[in-house]
Design a protein around this ligand. Structure first.
Ligand SMILES: Nc1ncnc2c1ncn2[C@@H]1O[C@H](COP(=O)(O)OP(=O)(O)O)[C@@H](O)[C@H]1O
Ligand SMILES: N[C@@H](CC(=O)OP(=O)(O)O)C(=O)O
Length: 563
């Protein structure tokens, strides 16, 4: 019989069954869930209805379209067994948070400092391991097989992981297989003299595979039961776009089934590799783009319907601008999913560009916290927030952007010009970031992340090709080395924001080459030359966050970081 379910993620539900109505009703404490399921579909033919008392209590595990009976009693004891204690949140720790044995110890203490939580842990590779792996791969392409064992990056990675295991008192053998496979893979790259995007993803996966194994072993060593998972083995199913794969819908039920199933049958803190997936056609290891562990965390949050997603970094939350550009950047206490998504998409390294999507879909709050300073309140990202006082929230910079000015060669009043321009981009598979139009001309910027994922030579010929195609209908001016400055905030106050911004820019002698205020209502984008961009961000930050109204240039300064 059909069992209509209106659930996200996996839930354990207590239900009561009345024999007379033959219909399940949620027990009051679960009433917030809309749940309708016909009894026979739950308990199936295995249980004769006749033998039941008037009111039956069931503890059910409900995931996607599947319902299992976990416990069946006339009266269920509240929270009597471990299965009733759901996983509560996901905690993601980035590379800087788990860069050494000491850091891993601190992260373990931090997790254990929340005894009320039953978290899923997502880890990135230790410190700069991903960069080192990529560098080792690039060197392997040209250094020759006989020189692989001398690669300094390989030596560094081996030493870091073995030392960390030793310092934490865990058996080094948990990573020895990975270390020897890594060396074999580098030998293979040296032999082939090439590193394809597929090989690149397999290569970097060693980072997360090793950090999670060491950390899980350490937790077990100190008596905290933990279980390591490779994301590509537990249902993270992605497109086959190596180095920048997208997560497919099938991931949610698969991941929920595996993590929840294991938790119910044998509770142990899940320690999951961030950043990794499995291509649905190739079945090969894929990665979700740099910084992709944030997306792993929000995907797990949505899959399991968790209460909160925490991403632990080396800064006190999302800041008013990149602290590497301006060290006086301050934490932003509250953001909406829309603001955070826009901020991430337009270049704030602190969050992966796609990571807000699952959180928004599952309506699960995301908290950005500092593992070096856990007492700092961090940033809370939710669907809505009080915008009555909000003007500007954060300033984001995306560098090295390509801009195109395209003017139609036809007369005014010609229709179809914009359609032709955009169909050219569609045909070439290039996405556009920021657009401003008039009837006969259009200015736009190209999404650099899509171009960066291609080789440099390929990028150049692709740009030539774009220009060639567009020149069939327009006069085209290709402008490189531009930056997008995104003003994220309350666009209901756009006149105020623009007045202030242009006052500052004019005082700094900067000419804005394009401006766009999109439908998102949280972002105004300004295009300037790369060479002027950082100075603009500092001046804008000073004007919006540190003074009433100042157009003074602020001096360039260096960065203060916790790591
Ligand atoms: N607006 C911003 N707010 C906070 N951090 C930012 C911002 N823009 C850039 N960053 C940089 O992002 C870094 C944190 O992101 P990331 O390195 O990906 O963290 P992790 O590796 O811990 O997940 C910070 O150290 C900071 O230098
Ligand atoms: N290790 C990967 C994935 C990741 O998310 O890392 P981090 O959380 O340290 O940004 C990277 O460096 O891109």
């Amino acid at each position: 019989m059909a069992a209509p379910l209106y659930l996200s993620g996996v839930k354990t539900l207590d239900m009561s069954f009345s024999k007379s109505t033959c219909c399940c009703q949620p027990i009051p404490r679960q009433q917030h869930l809309h749940f309708a399921v016909s009894l026979p579909s739950v308990i199936g033919p295995c249980l004769p209805l006749n033998g039941l008392s008037q009111t039956l209590a069931l503890r059910l595990r409900c995931a996607a379209s599947k319902v299992d009976v976990l416990e069946m009693n006339d009266t269920l004891s509240q929270d009597s067994d471990q299965s009733a204690k759901e996983l509560t949140c996901v905690m993601k720790f980035g590379g800087s948070s788990v860069a050494s044995a000491d850091r891993m110890r601190e992260v373990a203490d931090l997790i254990l400092g929340f005894p009320e939580e039953r978290p899923v842990i997502v880890l990135s590779a230790m410190g700069k391991t991903t960069n080192k792996l990529l560098l080792a791969g690039e060197k392997a392409v040209s250094c020759g097989v006989s020189n692989i064992s001398d690669l300094e990056e390989l030596a560094f990675i081996k030493e870091l992981h073995l030392r960390t295991a030793e310092e934490l008192g865990v058996d080094k053998s948990i990573i020895s297989k990975h270390l020897s496979e890594l060396e074999q893979l580098l030998n293979g790259i040296a032999m082939m003299k090439e590193m394809t995007p597929r090989t690149k993803d397999y290569l970097v996966s060693f980072g997360e595979c090793m950090s999670t194994r060491i950390f899980a072993a350490y937790l077990n060593e100190i008596g905290v039961k933990a279980r390591q998972y490779d994301a590509f083995d537990i249902g993270f199913i992605t497109t086959d776009d190596f180095t920048n794969a997208d997560i497919l819908e099938a991931t949610y039920p698969a991941v929920a089934k595996r993590l929840h199933g294991d938790w119910i049958s044998d509770p142990a803190i899940p320690i999951v590799t961030g950043f990794l997936g499995k291509g649905w056609r190739t079945c090969a290891v894929t990665t979700l783009g740099r910084g992709g562990s944030d997306l792993t965390a929000t995907t797990i949050g949505k899959a399991l319907g968790l209460r909160e997603i925490q991403v632990w970094k080396d800064v006190d939350g999302v800041l008013t601008c990149d602290p590497n550009i301006y060290p006086r950047a301050a934490p932003v206490p509250y953001l909406t999913f829309d603001e955070a998504a826009e901020l991430a998409y337009f270049g704030a390294q602190v969050l992966h560009p796609q990571s807000m999507r699952p959180a928004r879909e599952g309506d699960i709050p995301v908290r950005v916290k500092n593992s070096y300073n856990p007492k700092a309140p961090g940033t809370l990202i939710t669907r809505r927030r009080d915008m009555s006082e909000a003007i500007l929230t954060s300033i984001v910079l995306k560098r090295n952007v390509t801009m195109l000015d395209i003017a139609s060669t036809r007369m005014l009043g010609q229709f179809g010009f914009l359609a032709k321009v955009f169909s050219t981009f569609e045909d070439l598979g290039i996405s556009v970031d920021v657009v401003a139009t008039s009837e006969v001309s259009i200015s736009l910027t190209l999404d650099p992340s899509k171009l960066w994922s291609r080789e440099l030579i390929q990028q150049a010929s692709e740009l030539d090709h774009v220009v060639e195609e567009l020149e069939k209908i327009a006069v085209v001016n290709l402008l490189q080395h531009r930056s997008i400055i995104s003003l994220i905030g309350n666009v209901q106050r756009s006149s105020l924001i623009l007045e202030k911004a242009f006052h500052v820019l004019r005082a700094n002698g900067v000419n804005v080459q394009m401006i766009s205020q999109g439908a998102s209502k949280v972002n105004i984008s300004l295009i300037v030359n790369d060479s002027e961009a950082e100075q603009c961000v500092r001046a804008l930050h000073f004007a919006f966050f540190e003074s009433d109204l100042s157009s003074e240039l602020v001096p360039a300064t260096t960065t203060t970081k916790y790591a």
